[in-house]
Design a protein around this ligand. Sequence first.
Ligand SMILES: Nc1ncnc2c1ncn2[C@@H]1O[C@H](COP(=O)(O)OP(=O)(O)OP(=O)(O)O)[C@@H](O)[C@H]1O
Ligand SMILES: [Mg+2]
Length: 344
Amino acid sequence: MDPFKYLKPKKNQNNNSQGIVIPIASGKGGVGKSFMSANLAIALAEMGHRVIAVDLDFGGANLHSFLGLSNRHPGVGDFLKARSAELDELLVSSDNPNLFFLPGEGKTPFMANLAYAQKIKLISRIHRLPAEYILLDLGAGASFNTLDFFRLSSNGLLVTTPEPTAVMGMLVFMKNFLLRAIERQMVRNYAVREMLHELYKRPMDEQALSIKDVHQQIIDEDPQAGEEVGRIFQQCRPRIVINMGENPDDSKMASKISQILGEILAIEADYFGFVYKDRSVLSSIRKRHPFLPNYRNSLAADNIVRIAQRVEKFWNQPVKDSAALLFNHVKKDFENRQRATDAA
Ligand SMILES: Nc1ncnc2c1ncn2[C@@H]1O[C@H](COP(=O)(O)OP(=O)(O)OP(=O)(O)O)[C@@H](O)[C@H]1O
Ligand SMILES: [Mg+2]
C-alpha cells in the first residue's frame, strides 16, 4: 500500500496552458539522471500525458539511448546557433505517441559556456513547448548552465544514490543553486556578488553561518532585496529521488538529507521515490532497449511507475513528512515481497 495515496492532490493543478517543467540534476555524475529522465518520461506518457524529454546535458548527451532512439537529429545546439527557427520543429517522435524527444547538442556540440542571453532565449522557449510535462536531463555537477536550467522550476528533481559522496554532492549542488539564485536576483549589487563568489568556494561545513549571514547582510543593505531573497529560500523546494538502493534501509537516507538541508541550507524538500539497483537496467542498456516497456515486471520498473504516479498527483504541492512516508512505504513493500516469496 502506498502511504502517499492518503494525501489529497490539489485540484486543477494541471490546467494552466504551460507544461510542468521538471529539470533533473545531481551533484555527482553517474547516479541515474538520464535513466530516470527517460523512464519517468515513458511512464508519464503511458499514463496518457503528452511528454517531451529534453537532453540538456551538453558534453555528455545520451538521453536518446535510454529512450531507444538514435542521435542523428538536430537539437537545441542548432536552435541556439539559429539553424532552426523554433524548438518544436526539432521534436523527434518515439514508439509512444505521447512521448517526444528533443535532442541536445545535435549537430552543434561543445556548448559548455552558453551566454546568459542564449540561456534566457532557450528557457523561454522550453516553457512554451507543447506538452503537459517537459523533463530536462541535465549534466552532472554545478556548472552555471546546469544551475540556470535547474532554476526553470522552483522544485526540480534531484537524483542521488544512498552513497555519502553522492549525497554530499547533492547538498553542494543545492548550496550553489541557492547562491546562484541570489546572485541573479542581485545582479547590480556588486558587494553581495563578491561575497557570493567567495562562498561558492567554501566547503559545505562552513556554510551554515555563511548562508544566513549572506541573507542578513542583504537585509541590512537593502531590505526589499532581502525580502526577495527570503522568498527564494521559501519557494525553493526540490524533489528528491534515491536511486540504486540496495536494501530498504537505504531509504532512511531521506530523513538524514532532510535534516541537513534544513540545518545547513534552511530549505525543505519532498521525497518522491526510491528505486532499487536492478540488474535488468544493465540488460536493457546492453540490448539498447528502453527500460520500462521491456522490463515491466522488474522491481525498478515498479519503483519508477510509483514515482510517475506521485508526480502526477503531488508535483505542485508540498508533501508533509515525505521522508518518513517514503521509508514506511519502502519497508512495507519489502515485507510484502518477503511474504509473497515465503508463500510461493
Ligand atoms: N536503478 C538502477 N539499477 C541499475 N543500474 C542503474 C540504475 N539507475 C541507473 N543505472 C545505471 O547507472 C549508469 C549511470 O546512469 P545514468 O547514465 O542515467 O546516470 P547519469 O546521472 O545520467 O550520469 P551522467 O552524470 O554521466 O549524465 C547507467 O549505466 C545506468 O544504466
Ligand atoms: Mg546523464
